[in-house]
Design a protein around this ligand. Structure first.
Ligand code: SF4
Ligand code: SF4
Length: 348
């Protein structure tokens, strides 16, 4: 651990800005968005959740993959110039989400576009001391503390930050900067006091243990709840857009009027949209809103854990906040749990 006095925070960020693009949460129309900052004065560390998660810097909503000439059949990959980037002030739930995306995008068919951006990006996270919104349930999902993989993690000790470094990329952000001090015994005592004091500020909101989620969802496959919430769902896809762990995409070819030159573009997609699971021949594998919702919940609480060893939900609460039909993970999972307890052995 090292110590960064608060009055030196801006000097450190300005130093980072010399050779990095620095991205941080900033206020926009009463909400917070991650955006490039042009001065350390714009930096906000004490923010509630951002509208879109920082995944947009690794998986942009839209990106060109390659250009082609349909007449000559030539193709050229679009190679993007990627600036060294530091993303500041990530909440630990978003850090857990990036850890999952790293695992998914680095397994099997490695996504080179994602990897290239990730390699050039260092992450500076901050310990959450208060819930960022009513809908968050990070404590229940175990994402209220820093995951195994992190670069630099800050903990607010009052007039100074405790600075933990978890990687070589993190070490490179602070080495030789002259802003960081060795901690004293008083700093360690203060750190322990702050960390012990934060936990009662957060509630456990999930009625079952997080390790029971795959069993709960497995037992709830035929639950009538999927039809009930399916009746309310508008298939708008908003919940997947704001989700820090959703990564599904579609590819479309855009071609000029002469049908000669074009490009292949990748755009975000959503498993909640009506045509998502339609395949060649017109068959739709998930042709009802109930099926699509169930699939999303199964992915988050069961399938991704089985495939990658990490849950697909980090409890950020963004989907609950943004759903126009007020469909929330906590209400859904707790209702499934309640029904399972009321009828053990039957589908909840
Ligand atoms: S499913 Fe909802 S609560 Fe879970 S990570 Fe995605 S947006 Fe956050
Ligand atoms: S945000 Fe709500 S209404 Fe829209 S697709 Fe998701 S669950 Fe359905």
């Amino acid at each position: 651990m090292r110590i960064l006095p608060k009055h030196l925070l801006n000097a450190w960020v300005e130093r980072l800005r010399i050779d990095h693009r620095v991205v941080a949460p900033r206020e926009s129309h009463g909400q917070y968005i991650f955006d490039e900052i042009t001065s350390a004065d714009e930096l906000v560390l004490d923010y509630h959740s951002s509208v879109l998660p920082p995944k947009k810097y690794f998986l942009p909503p839209r990106e060109d993959l390659f250009t082609f000439n349909a007449k000559t059949m030539e193709m050229s990959p679009v190679i993007e110039e990627i600036e060294p980037t530091v993303i500041m002030a990530l909440h630990t739930c978003d850090l857990h989400a990036i850890q999952l995306l790293d695992r998914i995008q680095g397994t099997g068919h490695v996504d080179q576009h994602y990897q290239a951006r990730r390699r050039k990006t260092a992450l500076v996270s901050i310990e959450c001391m208060q819930p960022c919104m009513d809908q968050a349930f990070c404590k229940s999902l175990g994402t209220l503390s820093v995951p195994e993989q992190f670069d630099v993690h800050l903990t607010d000790l009052g007039d100074r930050y405790a600075v933990d470094v978890g990687s070589d990329a993190g070490e490179a952000l602070i080495r030789g900067m002259g802003f960081f001090w060795k901690p004293s015994d008083t700093d360690y005592d203060r750190f322990n006091e702050v960390m012990a004091g934060k936990w009662p500020n957060f509630d456990y909101r999930l009625d079952c243990d997080v390790t029971d989620l795959p069993n709960l969802l497995g037992a709830s496959h035929d639950s009538t709840l999927w039809d009930e919430i399916g009746e309310r769902c508008l298939s708008c896809g908003q919940c997947t857009k704001v989700c820090p762990t959703c990564y599904c995409f579609d590819v479309v070819d855009e071609i000029d009027l002469k049908l000669e030159k074009g490009k292949r573009v990748r755009v975000w997609d959503s498993c909640l949209l009506e045509k998502f699971a339609v395949v060649a021949g017109g068959h739709d594998f998930r042709n009802s809103r109930a099926n699509r919702l169930r699939h999303r919940f199964m992915r988050k609480g069961k399938y991704q854990l089985e495939a990658y060893g990490l849950l697909g939900c980090v409890g950020c609460g963004r989907c609950a906040l943004s759903c126009p039909a007020h469909i929330t993970p906590i209400a859904t999972l707790n209702t499934l749990n309640e029904r399972r307890q009321a009828s053990p052995g039957e589908s909840a």
